[in-house]
Design a protein around this ligand. Sequence first.
Ligand code: WTA
Length: 649
Amino acid sequence: MFSDREVKVSDTIETILKETRVFPPPEGFSKAAWQGDSASYQKLWSSSQEDPIGFWQTAAENIHWFQKWQKVLQWDEPFSKWFVGARTNAAYNCLDRHLEKHGDKTALLFEGEDGKVDTWTYRRLHSEVCRLSNVIEKDLKLKAGDTATIYLPLMPEAIVAMLACARVGVVHSVIFAGFAAHAIRDRVLDAESKVIFTTDIGYRRGQILELKQTVDAAVTETPCVKSVVVLRRRDTTKLGPKDLDWKDLLSRQTPEHTAQPFDAEQPLFYLYTSGTTGKPKGIVHTTGGYLVGTATTAKWVFDLKPDDIYWCTADIGWITGHSYVVYGLLANAATCLIYEGNLMYPDAGRIWEIIDKHKATILYTAPTAIRSFMRAGDAVPAKYSLKSLRLLGTVGEPINPEAWMWYHTQIGKGRCPIVDTWWQTETGAILISALPGVTSLKPGSATRPFPGIKADIVDEKGNSCGPNEGGYLVIRHPWPSMLRTIHKDPNRFKETYWNKFKGLYFTGDGAHKDQDGYFWIKGRVDDVINVSGHRLGTMEIESALVSHPSVAEAAVVGRPDELKGQSIVAFVTPRDGSDLKDLQKKLKDHVVQEIGSIARPDEIKFTKTLPKTRSGKIMRRLLKDLAAGKEITGDTTTLENPGLVEFIQ
Ligand code: WTA
């Protein structure tokens, strides 16, 4: 049942500028919060702006180091090293150091789509990670610095695999288990992974996903992969020549393993994300700074307390899953709920049912999901108590004030603060967010930078913008969890993030700051689109389209979408003589085949030619306007053919 409520994704800029509602932190919340006293927090924040290095140095005291640093930051613009000379181990920080006090505490509370629950204590998680670490070292013979790919759905073993790699210094590259074989192949080859950890099947919307089949198809083209470790969930699954049985390998290893200290700058993982060219980029995160950034932000932004049951609905295939399901949370000895399945299956109340069942206290999800719940009608969450919730969070895309208000009233019942957290795969950790005990909230604003983060809005020349003046979001000072480079492509790293403004990290987002210093993020200003909180490169989809024999040329743009934030519209010039019958469907399927279903175009329009500038560049601005049904405005004088784009019926 859909309510007739109008769900708008992005209230117009005018509405946002007129947004005047302010929600101060509830008194009871502030009293108990880690950061709950506004005056002392303001002091801490101001001094962190003066001395970010000092702030992060203090924050680093909450991490276990086998050896302390000689220097906090070494900055050879744009390359940074944090906690130089220090030695640490990410898995030790997430597991071993908690065992004495929290060995019997639940680390992971796993619920399958079928409703079955499996509880993993810190001790159990530690034992499994140790066994797999032994497998990696003794059976698979990987060494620190080697790479392994993880292609697993959101299940405890995926986290076991990540932590086991981290424990032995193997760099993990997690690939979202919705990506298709070609996308896996490209990422595995770029990372030069020697091993893939996977499972035979996954479960989603009552269907079985044949994950191993996808990996099998990818592996035929990845000679670097020596073994595939398969977690068999179905007895009948057959293993091929490169395959090894996960359970069998683990059963032959002991649950004892000593974590070795690694350099703070040891790469912890590569995570592939979309950029403005066809090729996804392997974002490199290292160990020490990443742990400091994620652990500190997780504790303060989510105000984590020992009894919290924290639920982040993101998959481990994305940065949110890395930082705020795994590392930041386990480093704080938190209890994390994880769920393998669709949040609205078998009905729209599933998410609320899970919250009541496990008495979740913190919920962290994406605006797109909130808009879908909102669309299902207020009657759905009204059937549940939701009493256990004390804090709500959002991430991944701008949240429109209307969805914010719905989340606040219908889910938070007016009592739970909302942390709207702005960050990126590249930033590793949250950079702009409210701290729930001290920040007054404004619906639609990510509020203020985290302590130690010097965020700003600048104009085209790199000068700071005034209040309410739109510009580019930049970061003025390095921070510990920042990406170190793009794997194998330091030039692209420089060009993408550091060349637009001298000495400033360019985020790719447009934003403005209001008179109170609150940040309002508008979205990407480059050729990256954000579909349901998933980041996609338009060029990546274009490359997939032109690899089809019937396509001569393609241009992909985002169109504002009330539910998904943006939807994907492709303008395609078919090759002469192509049969147009069913071609739209065929091309959509082709993109799914090449990248995965998250990249399926919502609409394909056939055109005789694509509008280009005289220098041969596709006029995306014009196509964006066309896709959005807007009148063509602005300067089209540089257009080669200033006439209309001619559609083929
Ligand atoms: C967008 C996800 C507005 C932004 C953690 C950014 C947001 C991109 C917010 C990064 C937010 C993320 N408000 N926009 N709270 N959070 N974004 O790498 O455009 O998947 O650049 O990281 O998502 O997406 P990514």
